[in-house]
Design a protein around this ligand. Structure first.
Ligand code: SF4
Ligand code: ZN
Ligand code: ZN
Length: 296
């Protein structure tokens, strides 16, 4: 297969055949266009990029670096055996390569553990911990924007999950940008229109230090099932996932979300916003649980 723009060998087929150089141009151009279209940030913003050591966030870091943005990284060590130590090493190598600052925090610093609690699955606990710590770190350190590496396939899988569970109120959060509100820092997803495969190819052609191993808990992640379904449809209909997201974004404009959002309270322990009437946010509830189980 030959690149559509030159006569070199193509390394990727979709959205059109591209050689490594033309793929790199396409990849960076798509990200820059997304940043500009959704007014995600500019060079004056103090940007924090959440990283995991995997291909998506490593590709995001390197792309923003190539596009000339200044930022710092945040790595949350989840202390998951046979996983976190490898991903932390990959993150450290990546930030050494670009010579940018990486901030590393550990869940045990907050007296917390990533483990299933009552009937709550481990990935749900892990997601709540990560969301809370990313926001808190960004807020307390004066960052104006928090960038995450959610990609096109993540977003499509979330759409399907929310449609399946009937929780369409969560669709409101499925935007490339969530504005700053209260103690929630502005959140942006520059890879919103980039596929996992494109992140992989970009990481490989740039020889990025990526940890390709999977979290040992990933088989229990409900998102994986929906991704497999999406890939099955994509294999028979190339371009489906991208078209699906574009259609969903158009469709979302016609949804009338309730004008009054649920009441927001201030957590009596940490002071961060919570929707819980008990005025204890889910992070502090987890902390309490682990403190009590230590005493028991
Ligand atoms: Fe956390 Fe689950 Fe992802 Fe592992 S697979 S990092 S436990 S969300
Ligand atoms: Zn080419
Ligand atoms: Zn709290």
């Amino acid at each position: 297969m030959i690149c559509k723009k030159c006569c070199k060998k193509a390394i990727i087929e979709y959205p059109y055949p591209m050689c490594d150089q033309h793929f790199r141009d396409y990849y960076l151009r798509t990200i820059q266009k997304t940043i500009e279209k959704y007014n995600m940030f500019n060079k004056e913003d103090k940007i924090l990029v959440a990283v995991s050591g995997g291909k998506d966030s490593s590709a995001l870091v390197y792309a923003l670096y190539e596009l000339g943005y200044e930022f710092e990284g945040l790595y949350i060590n989840l202390e998951i055996p046979n996983y976190s130590e490898h991903s932390e090493n990959a993150v450290k190598e990546l930030f050494k390569l670009i010579d940018y600052r990486i901030n590393i925090i550990r869940v045990s610093d907050y007296n917390i553990r990533v483990s299933p609690i009552y009937k709550r699955p481990i990935c749900s606990v892990c997601g709540a911990i990560k969301r809370y710590l990313m926001n808190r770190f960004a807020y307390e350190n004066g960052f104006t924007v928090l960038a995450t590496a959610h990609n096109l396939v993540d977003e499509a899988a979330f759409f399907l999950m929310n449609m399946n569970s009937g929780q369409i109120q969560y669709l409101i959060k499925q935007e490339p940008v969530l504005p700053k509100e209260n103690k929630f820092v502005k959140k942006v997803k520059p890879l919103y229109f980039i596929t996992e495969r494109e992140n992989m190819v970009y990481s490989v052609i740039n020889k990025l230090p990526v940890y390709y191993g999977e979290c040992p808990n990933s088989s229990g992640n409900p998102q994986s099932k929906w991704k497999q379904i999406l890939y099955k449809i994509e294999s028979e209909n190339p371009g489906f996932i991208r078209n699906f997201i574009n259609s969903m974004l158009k469709l979302k404009k016609y949804i009338n979300y309730p004008e009054k959002k649920g009441e927001i309270f201030c957590c009596k322990y940490c002071g961060y916003p919570t929707g819980s009437r008990s005025r204890i946010c889910s992070f502090c509830r987890l902390q309490k649980y682990f403190n009590n189980s230590k005493k028991a």
